[in-house]
Design a protein around this ligand. Structure first.
Ligand SMILES: [Zn+2]
Length: 538
């Protein structure tokens, strides 16, 4: 056994001021074994065992070769003492090599048989993948091969004959100049050192990349990702991107969908998107607002009627279910339907056929239902206002669209979309929103959601005399909010908020205490008490 005479710890420099470590003048980075183990796992999962082994072997080889070259230039004596690069393995913590046997060759080189003690690679491979079928200390043998090739100046390879990673008791490595190895071993091992295999891998990867790019391009032509704008839906926020994602997946199946969310959030837009993206897209998408009709009228609208079935029914009339055949029927405000109407809808969903009012002939229909509501249907079911069976029949997929105030990232992009559209429609040249107006838009809660924003922008475009929207063009409810603290900035004590709100309200009302108290729906004496409490001196 050979005892190493050089302590490589002496070769590491710590530059205290720059917090940099270096070895033989080269910057040294430290990775823990687990990180490298994770890298190995990523490589194997991404490129397969062959690809990962190729990369890690060549990485090790390049590392060993460079260390050899650096040492040769800086400390040739140390290089010879280090000999098989053994102590370098010790230094970098990868393993510790101990010579078992060393045979001298006539040309001055050796055949070295050594043990790799505590190989981190074997340890990490076992941890992530369990016992392998072949030796797996790829980086270490690569390093040794590179180092030895550099040191001896002739192609030298180090391969494992035994490896802990494949269940052997020890990792045993054999190092020989290339021509001392037999053909079969070289044929088996050298591909992992070769650039040709790396090229093959690279071709495979770029081929995959090309295919991915192609499919991405196809997606892009369908949805304009650059503007976060899909079929009229702005989705810059994570929340809305999730909604788009669910909607896209919903379009791939034919189940009923319930879309919930506050008024004006865009429930119909999402429903239309699902239809357009589905196999039914060539057939009609028909929307009906269930809340807008009386029961009798809604029944006739949905199912149709025959001539003479009721007063005023002068001719046969086809209902919306039939009109939407093959396509999608969007039942908005489903929560507004009466219990008897709900039974009729349930029957259609179960039997997939309708009967026109005043008619006994069943007509087969093939319609996908998307229902929407701003009510809490679970609560409606609990309160007995909505049939449980219909609810479960409809709610195979549920999409809950968040209100605009919960996705502030979408507000300005949406405003710009509406601005562009309104400006074009009104033949105006309004192209932007000035910063004061943008601030007011962002500071507002938008209780009416996207629809309210759209109306506000349309109004502002109509009122604007410039090439941009300014604050004065916005509806009054937006103008009075500039001083009210928004929760986004920071959370402040309740009393402080009330004080600031009071000050803002007074300012808006030109310090008219009576008018402000009226607006705030508090008595004048309460107003005076609060002014006193908050030390507001007007
Ligand atoms: Zn091994």
């Amino acid at each position: 056994m050979k005892i190493h005479k050089i302590d490589l710890r002496d070769y590491i420099d710590f530059t205290e001021t720059e917090k940099i470590m270096s070895v033989t003048g080269e910057r040294l980075l430290m990775f823990d074994a687990m990180t490298l183990g994770l890298l190995r796992r990523e490589l194997i999962e991404m490129f397969g065992v062959f690809g990962a082994r190729n990369v890690l072997t060549r990485f090790g080889y390049a590392h060993g070769y460079r260390i050899g070259e650096t040492l040769r230039a800086q400390d040739p004596e140390a290089l010879e003492v280090l000999c098989a690069g053994a102590s370098h393995h010790l230094l970098y913590g990868a393993t510790c090599t101990v010579d078992i046997d060393r045979k001298y060759l006539p040309n001055g080189n050796f055949i070295i048989k050594c043990e790799l003690i505590n190989s981190y690679e074997a340890e990490q491979h076992l941890l992530h993948f369990g016992i392998a079928e072949e030796a797996i200390c790829w980086t270490i043998t690569g390093f040794a091969s590179g180092f030895e090739s550099s040191r001896t100046g002739m192609e030298t390879y180090c391969f494992e004959t035994e490896c802990v990673g494949k269940g052997d008791p020890h990792c045993i490595m054999l190092s020989k100049p290339k021509d001392e190895w037999d053909e079969a071993t070289l044929a088996e091992q050298l591909p992992f050192y070769g650039i040709s295999s790396a090229n093959a891998l690279l071709n495979e990867i770029s081929d995959k990349l090309h295919k991915t790019q192609e499919s991405l391009k196809q997606c892009r032509s369908k949805y304009d990702f650059n503007n976060d704008f899909f079929h009229g839906i702005i989705a810059r926020s994570k929340k809305m991107q999730n909604i788009i994602d669910i909607a896209k997946r919903s379009s791939q199946v034919d189940s009923s969908v319930v879309v919930t969310g506050e008024s004006g959030v865009g429930k119909e837009v999402i429903s239309r998107f699902i239809h357009d993206d589905s196999s039914r897209s060539k057939k009609p998408f028909i929307a009906v607002n269930c809340g807008a009709f009386s029961d009798t009228l809604l029944e006739s609208e949905l199912f149709g009627h025959v001539k003479g079935s009721f007063t005023g029914a002068n001719r046969d009339h086809m209902g919306l279910f039939e009109a939407a055949n093959g396509g999608t029927l969007f039942l908005d405000e489903i929560g507004e339907t009466s219990l008897p109407m709900q039974i009729k809808l349930l029957r259609v969903l179960q039997e997939k056929e309708i009967r026109r009012v005043g008619d006994n002939i069943p007509r087969k229909i093939d319609v996908r239902i998307i229902a929407a509501t701003n009510k809490n249907l679970t609560q409606e079911v609990a309160d007995g206002n909505f049939r449980k069976d219909l609810y479960y029949r409809l709610r195979v997929i549920e999409i809950d669209i968040p209100p605009l105030r919960d996705r502030p990232e979408d507000i300005l992009p949406l405003a710009h979309v509406f601005l562009k559209a309104s400006s074009k429609r009104m033949n105006k040249t309004v192209t932007g929103i000035n910063s004061e107006a943008a601030k007011a838009i962002m500071g507002y809660e938008w209780p009416g959601n996207v629809r309210e924003l759209q109306n506000a922008i349309e109004r502002a475009v109509a009122f604007s005399d410039e090439n941009w929207i300014c604050k004065d063009n916005l509806p009054s409810e937006l103008q009075n909010r500039a001083h009210i603290p928004t929760i986004a900035s920071s959370i402040i004590p309740m009393q402080e908020m009330e004080k600031q709100y009071l000050l803002a309200a007074l300012e808006v009302m030109n310090n008219d205490k009576q008018a402000t108290a009226d607006k705030l729906k508090i008595g004048l004496s309460t107003m005076y008490k609060k002014l006193k409490d908050y030390n507001i001196d007007l």
